[in-house]
Design a protein around this ligand. Structure first.
Ligand code: PPS
Length: 308
């Protein structure tokens, strides 16, 4: 463990490196290379169709997992393999449209992804046009996953220590801002949207049940066989082997595959392998201060033998 003085120097260096690569828009940091303030600004006025579906997450909370689930539910061509496109193209991110998808000419039902806070989303969603599926993961596992992912970012040229990253995460000084603000914002404004909140840990406990819950929310009826296909294709193991779903298709200048994998462990409770007892106690204290007043139940660990 570093001395406090050492940790501060690293936090500053990391903070500076991130600042140079990002811009801030209404309190949130975005990666300069892939988007701009004009793009984020225009999102507010995006035209929404009744059957649009927006998958929203804080980073590292189950985005690609739910992209897979939603695209398989919504599109028979993905289920039967007649459409061979990657899940990032099936569910492009509205704020990071890296494939320059023409959103307007996409056939319905359109599926989009986003890490945006509630207040930067298209304003028509507030009139209950379109649906939002919000996936939440416990912040300790999201943090650990984010830390490993961050080390694969070839654009940040400085050593990232766990201590420094933990500090930045707690202060919300990472791309997409604070986990606490993101989850609190969406949770406390849920009545404004046509929204289903899904938990990563619940999907781990019972994937089939959650697939059915999502289908019900989307008013889609899948027969048993189709449901089986969705569940089967969305297990961690199968997604890891699926070149359309495992994100190995992203170029090395976006994430350096020599430094790790996108589908890393896919478990609940990995934070126990990285957090010290003192860090965990400090995190619990911060969690209580920032989220303690919300009636939100967080699952911090699971018996993995019963998980999918
Ligand atoms: S990102 O960069 O924000 O889009 O990342 P995101 O997809 O939200 O989160 C990545 C983590 O989700 C895990 N993952 C899964 N877990 C369980 N089952 C399935 N099928 C699955 N697919 C992806 C992925 O492994 C990352 O978590 P960690 O803890 O790093 O393994």
């Amino acid at each position: 463990m570093n001395s406090p003085e050492m940790a501060t120097i690293e936090q500053d260096a990391l903070g500076e490196a991130m600042k140079a690569k990002s811009f801030k828009y209404k309190g949130i940091s975005f990666e300069k290379r892939y988007t701009s303030p004009e793009v984020i600004d225009a999102i507010e006025h995006m035209e929404i169709r009744d059957n649009d579906v927006f998958l929203v997450t804080y980073p590292k909370s189950g985005t690609v997992w739910t992209q897979q689930i939603l695209s398989l539910i919504l599109n028979e061509g993905h289920r039967n393999g007649t459409e061979q496109i990657t899940n990032i193209e099936r569910a492009p991110a509205i704020e990071y449209n890296i494939h320059n998808v023409d959103f307007k000419s996409r056939p319905s039902p359109r599926l989009f992804s986003s890490h945006l806070p509630y207040y930067l989303m298209p304003k028509d969603l507030r009139f209950k046009t379109g649906k939002v599926v919000y996936v939440c993961r416990n912040p300790k596992d999201a943090l650990v996953s984010y830390y490993h992912f961050f080390k694969m970012n070839p654009n940040i040229k400085c050593t990232v220590t766990w201590e420094a990253f933990l500090d930045l995460f707690i202060k919300g000084k990472v791309l997409c801002g604070s986990w606490f603000d993101h989850v609190r914002g969406w949770y406390t404004h849920k009545e404004d949207f046509n929204i289903l909140i899904v938990k990563y840990e619940e999907m781990k406990k019972d994937l089939r049940f959650n697939v059915q819950k999502i289908c019900k929310f989307l008013d889609i009826t899948l027969n048993d066989k189709a449901t089986d296909i969705v569940v089967e294709r969305a297990t961690f193991k199968n997604m890891k082997d699926d070149p359309l779903a495992n994100y190995t298709f992203l170029p090395n200048d976006m994430y350096d595959k020599s430094k790790g994998v996108f589908l890393r462990k896919g478990i609940v409770g990995d934070w126990k392998n990285l957090m010290t007892v003192a860090q965990n106690e400090m995190f619990d204290k911060v969690y209580k201060e920032k989220m303690g007043d919300l009636p939100m139940k967080i699952t911090w660990e699971l018996n993995e033998e019963t998980a999918s």
